[in-house]
Design a protein around this ligand. Structure first.
Ligand code: ADP
Ligand code: MG
Length: 324
């Protein structure tokens, strides 16, 4: 069964004039049908205003569909008396960690959710410990959240959601306000949750490098799903992505540019390692393999292209790890 399912979901914000009269509607989500299976890692990308947050808020029953249906673990989110059942199953992490942390101490903050659910004290401590360990923040349990870095705060927010034992976590641009090392920490924690704790992840992001770990990617544009597929499928459609004003990972772009200049490479290269491997299979000047297919490689100045593309992101795998 799907943990999250939407069918022909439409959401319209009402536009009001100065007197508060409705003068029109703004369709933010336009006929979206998607299914997320338990344990999957889903990424949703799209330009600003494409409807990602509006869609995400339906999974947590913060918003109700204007038309269409959303189910979380089979529960129709329009059933108002099931809101807490839904929120317990699908937790939400937002962009700004400062708005999500309320406790004086890290462990207190993480315990807040289960406490509200009426979980017995002993069980709360167990969950706090497990959740903090899962995001690598256990050693900070008695620190004040105020003094943590952005990435650490965001990991505490994630632990707070985890302590509710949700089947699914929706993260709405959780790294948008973080520096590169904070982004790295958070994405690492999210991947661990998914692979180790088997929590279903719906990651909304505009950093395309974060998308490569997903099982399935949805690209949104003007409230609709404009593209969907595996990261490899999505990233082999470079021109379409660019039309949707989205970046592709630099290494994917580099592979694409090399292809454009006559080097034959597989579609949708995602990591530097993959590109290096593919390039090694090429025939280069001075190479001995007579049977290798001929390419225009001789006439291509790879270092110039690398420079043009702004470097190869050599640190990319080291940053996020490649073991997904
Ligand atoms: P994203 O998260 O992809 O940036 P949003 O879901 O926030 O997109 O917004 C989708 C569309 O809905 C945009 O056109 C935005 O201006 C509009 N919108 C978002 N929130 C509101 C709101 N509270 N009232 C009216 N319009 C809104
Ligand atoms: Mg948003």
């Amino acid at each position: 069964m799907s943990i999250v399912k939407t069918k022909n979901l439409i959401y319209e914000y009402l536009r009001r004039d100065e007197e508060g009269n409705v003068e029109g509607v703004n369709r933010a989500v336009d006929d979206v049908s998607l299914q997320v299976r338990q344990g999957e890692f889903i990424a949703i990308v799209g330009h600003n205003g494409s409807g990602k947050s509006t869609l995400a808020k339906h999974v947590n029953a913060i918003l109700q569909p204007t038309r269409g249906t959303v189910w979380v673990d089979g529960i129709d989110t329009s059933q108002e008396d099931r809101v807490w059942a839904i929120r317990q199953r699908a937790g939400m992490v937002f962009q700004n960690p400062d708005n999500q942390i309320i406790g004086q101490l890290v462990e207190e903050d993480v315990g807040f959710g289960p406490e509200n659910l009426g979980v017995p004290t002993e069980e709360i401590w167990k969950r706090v410990e497990e959740s903090l360990r899962a995001v690598g923040m256990y050693q900070y349990r008695s620190h004040s959240p105020n003094r943590l870095s952005g990435g650490q705060k965001q990991r505490v927010s994630i632990a707070g959601v985890l302590a509710m034992r949700p089947q699914c976590i929706v993260l709405d641009e959780p790294t948008a306000m973080l520096d590169p090392s904070g982004r790295k920490e958070v994405i690492h924690a999210v991947r661990e949750l998914n692979s180790r704790e088997k929590v279903t992840v719906i990651l909304i992001t505009h950093y395309m490098e974060e998308v490569i770990y997903a099982d399935h990617v949805y690209v949104m544009d003007q409230g609709r799903v404009a593209m969907e597929g595996t990261p490899r499928e999505i990233f082999s459609r470079v021109e379409e992505l660019q039309k949707l004003r989205l970046d592709v990972p630099q290494v994917t772009l580099l592979a694409y540019e090399l292809q454009q200049r006559g080097i034959s490479l597989p579609q949708g290269i995602l990591t530097t390692q993959e590109l290096v491997k593919a390039l090694k299979r090429q025939e280069w000047p001075g190479a001995k393999r007579e049977d290798a297919p001929h390419t225009d490689a001789d006439s291509v100045n790879v270092s110039a292209i690398l420079e043009e593309a702004g470097g190869t992101q050599a640190g990319e795998e080291a940053q996020y790890g490649t073991d997904h």
